[in-house]
Design a protein around this ligand. Structure first.
Ligand code: GRF
Length: 213
């Protein structure tokens, strides 16, 4: 059973999707610890409801990003975490965390990377006028929203979309692909070669192409 630690800052709907999948004992992973850098993150209640230990580690108590990450590493190690999932975690991580969990830190981003990195990805997609966007689960490296891509899911962008409607549509995809990605890691199916991640074994059969106007 792969021990997962989930780092959050906010509402934690991705955390919820991960907890829900973990409740199915066949998924191959278990959430050992949830850490929030914000004491008022609603996601903390989701951990409590699932009976998963949760801690608040406030980044403002530390002088540097590295010192904050060292505290995260200590808490994650103490909880015997093997894989770290950033889920709406609003801090940039440093090599202190990445070196402690080499190729074992995942993030989810609400766009089809490499498009629309950074904040307000849904707004960026609307402003740019793309017809298709989506969500990406990727391995974290030292550059923001940059590491090797594990799974992506696409959604249409409609002419009457607002940031809120697009966010909801993308979140539904996020909630499907993040637990899936964790399960693929837990099953030992990832092969990482440079930027390219190959998933061993059967892959989903494609539906019709997504054509949007
Ligand atoms: C998600 O859109 C995620 O892709 C982004 O932050 C948001 C977090 O949402 N990194 P939640 O806290 O999981 O509800």
């Amino acid at each position: 059973m792969l021990g997962v630690g989930v780092l959050i800052s906010g509402s934690g709907t991705n955390l919820q999707a991960i907890l829900d999948r973990a409740a199915d004992g066949r998924c191959g992973f278990r959430v050992q610890l949830v850490v929030s850098n914000r004491a008022d993150a609603p996601g903390l209640a989701r951990a409590a409801a699932a009976g998963v230990p949760a801690r608040v580690i406030d980044h403002r108590s530390f002088g540097t990003r590295e010192a904050f990450d060292a505290a995260l590493v200590a808490a994650l190690r103490e909880a015997e975490v093997e894989l770290v999932a950033l889920a709406g975690f609003d801090r940039l991580v440093t090599r202190v965390l990445l070196a402690a969990f080499p190729a074992r830190v995942l993030n989810i981003h609400p766009a089809l990377l490499p498009a629309f990195k950074g904040l307000h990805a849904q707004r960026q997609a609307l402003d740019y006028g793309v017809k298709i966007t989506g969500a990406t689960v990727h391995l974290v490296d030292e550059d923001m929203d940059h590491g090797p891509i594990v799974v992506q899911g696409a959604v249409p962008v409609y002419a009457d979309d607002t940031e809120a409607t697009l966010r909801e549509r993308i979140l539904a995809v996020e909630h499907a692909i993040y637990p899936l990605a964790l399960q693929l890691v837990a099953e030992g199916r990832l092969v990482v070669e440079g930027r390219r991640v190959t998933i061993r074994g059967p892959r989903p059969t494609g539906g019709p192409p997504l054509i949007v106007w």
